[in-house]
Design a protein around this ligand. Sequence first.
Ligand code: BES
Ligand code: ZN
Length: 441
Amino acid sequence: MARKRMLFSFLLLFSILLTACSAKTPGVDSPEFDQAQSEFIEELNIENIYASLNELTKNPRVAGTSSEMRAAAFLTVQLKAEGYEVAVQPFDFERYVIPESQSLTVEGFAGPLSPAPFQYSVDGNVDGQLVDAGYGLKKDYKKIDVKGKIALVAVDKTAFSELVLLASEVGAKAILLYFPDELEIDKWTLGKEHFKEFIPALALTYDDGTKLVELVKNGSPVNAAVKIKGARIDKVASQNLIVTKHPTLEVNDDIILIGAHYDSVDEAPGASDNASGTAVVLELARMFKAVPTNKEIRFLFFGAEEEGLHGSEKYVSALTKDEIKRSAAMFNLDMVGSADAGDLAIQTIDGADNTVTKAASKANEALNGDPIETDFGDRSDHTPFHNAGIDAALFIYDPVEEWYHTPEDTIEKLSKDRLVNVAKIVGTSVFELTFSGMIEE
Ligand code: BES
Ligand code: ZN
C-alpha cells in the first residue's frame, strides 16, 4: 500500500515538473517582452512628476526640520495611495552648530582682528599670555612653555586638528592658527573625530598672524583673550522611507534598489537637488506597482544626504548580510532634471562598469541610440552601497548647473525631457532586470 502511494506521488511530481518545463515563458529577447516593456514605459506620466515637484519645492527640505518631515509625509501619502506599505526608518545624526560669536583681543595691538572659527571649534573663554609657537609641531614646543597660555601657530602642512591636539597636549589653553594666503576658508575644518579633545581654536589671516608674531617678539609678555560662544553639536533626527515590492514569482532572490535623497540644503528649494530624483523614483514606484516581477524591488527615499550621506549610511548599516548578498543593483537618482547641466552621466565609485551601468547603457542605446560611458563620481548616496559591495551607480546631469545649492535651484529650471529621459532609462533597466516572463493580458 505504502509503495503504491509512493509511486503515485512520484508520478504526480513528475507530471507537475513536465508541465512546468513545457509552459514556455517568454524571455527578454521575445516580442512579448518588447511589447510588455514598451507598454510599461508608456505608463510614465510627466504630470505626476511635476505634481510631486510642485509640492516638494515649496520649501527647502533641510534635514531634521519640519519641512523635511513634511516632504516625507507627502511621499508616504502618495505611496500609500498606490497601495504600498511604507516603512519609516528613523535615525539620528550629529550636526555642528557654528558659534554665534567669537573674538580675540590682544593687549597692545591697536588694529582690528577678525578671527574666524573652524568647523568644530569648541566654545571657550580663555585669558593668557600669547606665545609664538612656530609651526606648532612637537619640536617647536620643546623650546617654549605654553602651559596655560595661548599658542600662535603658522600652518604649514600639518592637519589643523593635529595642531590643535598637539597644543592641547602641551597644556595650551587656546590656539590661534594663521595660514599662507592660498588656503581657502571653506576648507577650515578640524573634523569632528576629536571634538571632545579640542581646546578653543580660531583662524587668523596670514597678515594678522605675522603682525602678532612681531608684537610677541618685541619683548615684554603680551596677554590676549579668546572667546568662542555658542558652538555645539546638536543631535538631529531624520528618516528614510522604504517601500518594498515583493516579487510576483519566487524565481530569484535578488533585490533591485532604486533610491533618491529628498532633503535639500538650507535656503534652496532643491528642485534639481534633489526633488528631481525623488519625484522620478516616486513615479517609477507607481509604474511598477502592477507589474509582475521576478525580483524584489525596493524604492528608497533617503533623508539627510546633504549633511554627509546619513540616510543611505543608515539604510546600508541596517541591512543584514543576507540582504547585502541579495542586493544585485542600486540605482541612485540625484539631480536628474536640470535644463542647464551637462549630459547625462552614470557615475560609479571606482569608475568601473557594473550591473547598473551595463543595464542603463543598454537601455540608453535602445532609447537614444548610444551607450553611455561610465564616469567616476562619489558625491551621493550610491557610496555606502558600493562600500558594502553592492553594484551601485549615480544618475546625474553633469557638470551640474551653476546655481547648484542656491535659492535659484527652482522648478522652472528643470527640463521635462530630461526628467522623462532618466525615468525611461532607469525604468527600462529595472524592467529588464526584474522581468518575470509573466505577461499581463
Ligand atoms: N547632488 C549632490 C551631488 C553632486 C553635486 C554630485 C555636484 C556631483 C556634482 C549632493 O546632494 C551633494 O551635494 N553632495 C555633497 C556631498 C555629501 C557627502 C555632503 C557634495 O558633493 O558636496
Ligand atoms: Zn543631491
